[in-house]
Design a protein around this ligand. Structure first.
Ligand code: FES
Length: 330
């Protein structure tokens, strides 16, 4: 079956991905344009478990496959909680989920996957969330417990109080000592992350939010070990740009050539053609789809590759071409 993801890419229903039926048990608006959905099993089967930072992909009523982080703690074995920002400028997946669903309705989804896992390293945890990017981080900080043994801090950057999901929860005594809120409408300008990142390798950084925020964090953390900086993005297939053009991709080992149209990723086209490529996040943050680039100039759009790797490697889930064609070592 072929579906569209939120970026409008064709998306194969993967044979190896477990499907689940979910029933909407509860839904509430919790901030301006932001809604929380509590989803329980839609069958007699228990829900598959998950780990902090996991996401599910939900088939929205208008036929879009949309990725949502799970916000609750993994101990909540009987439910998945997702938080949806109703995006009037997207391709309609979030609007459909908010506008076209009701309590009791059954939704088809894919079982949880995790491309943003907490690493097993007892160091300090620094969370940086921009807007709705709080969602995977909420599950992470919930999992740390009421009396955490690991020091952690959350920098939560939003437009204003009214659009800040979970502000009341994060202001309770359990969380408040760890949390710094910053609202861009407060007249205080952009939040300066440099003091947070100035000393390298002080634990692990987990960042989720708009591309501009992740780029800032990437740029400011170049002196950190790459393995200590973790990103999560909801834009599968990468951000579309108005001047995106088609290009060709040739597989060096088989000689097969494919046309990559604007609006579709290399990964989506190759998977549709049956070319097996490992992948996970589909948003240029996890590193799973790293592929050797034999010829051509890539337009890198990932958050993974270091400058010295960009000449001969490419993340095929998001990156495109500056040259007319690319040759991949596949
Ligand atoms: S699948 Fe995660 S970086 Fe491409």
């Amino acid at each position: 079956m072929q579906l569209l993801d939120e970026a409008g890419q064709s998306h194969l229903a993967d044979a190896g991905v477990e499907s689940v039926l979910l029933r909407i048990a509860k839904r509430d608006q919790i901030a301006d344009g932001i809604y929380v959905f509590e989803l329980v099993s839609g069958t007699v089967e228990p829900l598959p478990g998950f780990t902090p930072g996991s996401h599910i992909r939900v088939h929205t009523p208008n036929g879009v496959l949309r990725k949502y982080s799970l916000c609750n703690a993994p101990e909540d074995a009987d439910r998945y909680v997702i938080t949806v920002k109703r995006d009037e400028h997207g391709r309609g997946g979030s609007m459909s989920l908010v506008d076209d669903t009701a309590v009791g309705q059954i939704l088809q989804a894919q079982a949880p996957d995790n491309a943003f896992a907490l690493v097993d390293d007892p160091g300090r945890l620094i969370f940086i969330a921009g807007g709705i990017g709080i969602t995977p981080i909420l599950s992470m900080i919930r999992s740390l417990g009421a009396d955490p043994v690991v020091p952690w801090a959350l920098y939560y950057l939003t437009h204003g109080e009214a659009s800040t999901a979970y502000r009341a929860l994060l202001s309770t005594p359990r969380y408040q000592p760890h949390v710094t809120f910053h609202h861009s409408d407060s007249g205080r300008g952009r939040f300066d992350l440099w003091p947070v990142l100035e000393k390298p390798n002080q634990g692990h950084v987990y960042c989720c939010g708009p591309r501009s925020l992740m780029t800032d964090v990437r740029d400011m953390s170049g002196h950190w070990s790459n393995s200590r900086i973790h990103f999560e993005s909801f834009i599968e297939g990468g951000e579309k740009k108005p001047d995106d053009k088609p290009f060709t991709v040739t597989l060096a080992r088989s000689g097969r050539t494919f046309e990559i149209p604007a609006g579709q990723s290399i990964l989506a086209v190759l998977r549709t053609a049956g070319v097996a490529i490992p992948y996970s996040c589909e948003s240029g943050t996890c590193g799973t789809c790293r592929t050797r680039l034999s010829q051509g100039v890539a337009d890198h759009r990932d958050m993974v590759l270091m400058p010295e790797e960009k000449g001969d490697q490419i993340m095929v889930c998001v990156s495109r071409a500056k040259s007319d064609g690319l040759v991949l070592d596949l």
